[in-house]
Design a protein around this ligand. Structure first.
Ligand code: PLP
Length: 363
């Protein structure tokens, strides 16, 4: 770790690999000898289009996807996808089915509800979102336009450890907080999207990966900017794209390839998460994990302490040790350590050690 940098456990914007921040810094004033910054360069310049195409190719390579899939770079965050999905696909009287497994999953469902096209296939809300609904809990109408799931529930700290079977119903996933953190059989999904600011780069771009044939299917009755088919047709250059963000996402993908790809990341992420879950499980009940064990997330570790006073003290003392952003979301309370791809093992080690010390001093 660089002197005067902290371990940032915030849920997003999150830590980025130091190596690529430095690379971007060194290239900021003069991108590839153009005499311009990547921020200043035309999005129609061949240098920029090469960056965009390389980022797409690297993302697809990491995900093990071929020519029948395409990567789009859109704006408006994952939250705009919540609306675009039903606008593009829950058409012709069909409804979009939703598994409501947490806050963002519910927000996605609510956008479909605004359009009058949402239906709930399963929910774990009654159980305080402590688990991800199982295949048996999902009641999917075979006539549904799609099944939408949120693969990692950032706020509650739960994650899918299986892919729902949907028969012929297209599967769509919000993977904002775990995309490219582990290998998944991405081919089972018709559409995947992620706000970049967790695992992929800076806030301001949303990475959408979809089956080409599915993306081509947008109705012509919705505004152009909200149609996947337009962005597909224009190679994400329909309007001015967030060039700097795409460039950073490209650097992240190249960095992931250099690390050895998603299998290596999954192994590292599991080791990091284990340090924190062990600190919870071996605390004699001082720390209480929010997620049920078989739904635990490798990306967001959520836990409570015996009292809110101790929770406040924990946040303050952690921060004094350069362990920042461990306060949980207000809807769950307690702590949340977000440990995405760029969080080094040492950061988790430091936090686990701190947890142990804090428990001994306050337990
Ligand atoms: C952060 C997050 C969102 C919201 O993303 P924005 O880019 O802020 O719209 C949606 N879904 C999940 C799972 C998230 O973690």
């Amino acid at each position: 770790m660089e002197a005067n940098r902290v371990y940032n456990f915030n849920p997003g914007p999150a830590m980025q690999p130091l190596e690529i921040l430095k690379e971007a810094q060194s290239e900021l004033l003069n991108f590839q000898g153009t005499g311009e910054s990547i921020i200043e360069i035309s999005h129609r310049a061949k240098e920029f289009e090469a960056v965009l195409n390389q980022a797409k190719a690297d993302i697809k390579e990491l995900m093990g996807l071929g020519d029948d899939y395409e990567v789009l770079f859109l704006q408006g965050g994952a939250s705009t996808q919540f609306a675009m999905v039903p606008m593009n696909y829950a058409v012709g009287g069909k409804k979009g089915a939703y598994v409501v497994s947490g806050s963002f999953a519910e927000k996605a469902y609510k956008e479909a509800e605004i359009l009058g096209v949402g239906t709930i296939a399963a929910t774990s809300k009654d159980g305080d979102f402590k688990h991800v609904p199982t295949q048996d809990e999902i009641k999917l109408d075979p006539a549904a336009a799609y099944l939408h799931i949120c693969y990692n529930n950032t706020i509650y700290g739960t994650e899918y450890h299986y892919i729902p079977e949907t028969g012929s119903v297209p599967l769509i996933a919000d993977m904002s907080s775990d995309m490219l953190s582990r290998p998944v059989d991405f081919r089972k999904f018709s559409l995947i999207y992620a706000g970049a600011q967790k695992n992929l780069g800076p806030a301001g771009v949303t990475v959408v990966v979809g089956r080409k044939a599915f993306l081509e299917n947008s109705p012509k009755t919705i505004p152009s900017m909200l149609r996947y088919a337009i962005h597909l047709d224009k190679n994400s250059l329909y309007n001015t794209p967030p060039a700097f963000c795409i460039y950073m996402v490209g650097k992240t993908a190249a960095w992931l390839k250099k690390q050895g790809g998603l299998a290596v990341m999954a192994e590292r992420n599991a080791k990091k998460a284990k340090l924190l879950y062990d600190a919870i499980d071996n605390s004699g009940g001082f720390y209480r994990g929010h997620a049920e064990k078989d739904s635990r997330s490798f990306m967001n570790v959520t836990f409570r302490l015996p009292s809110e006073d101790l929770e406040k003290k924990f946040v303050d003392e952690a921060k004094a040790q350069s362990l920042c952003g461990v306060k949980g979301h207000r809807s769950v309370g307690g702590m949340r350590a977000s440990i995405y791809n760029a969080m080094p093992y040492e950061g988790c080690e430091r936090l686990a050690e701190f947890m142990e010390k804090f428990r001994k001093a306050n337990g």
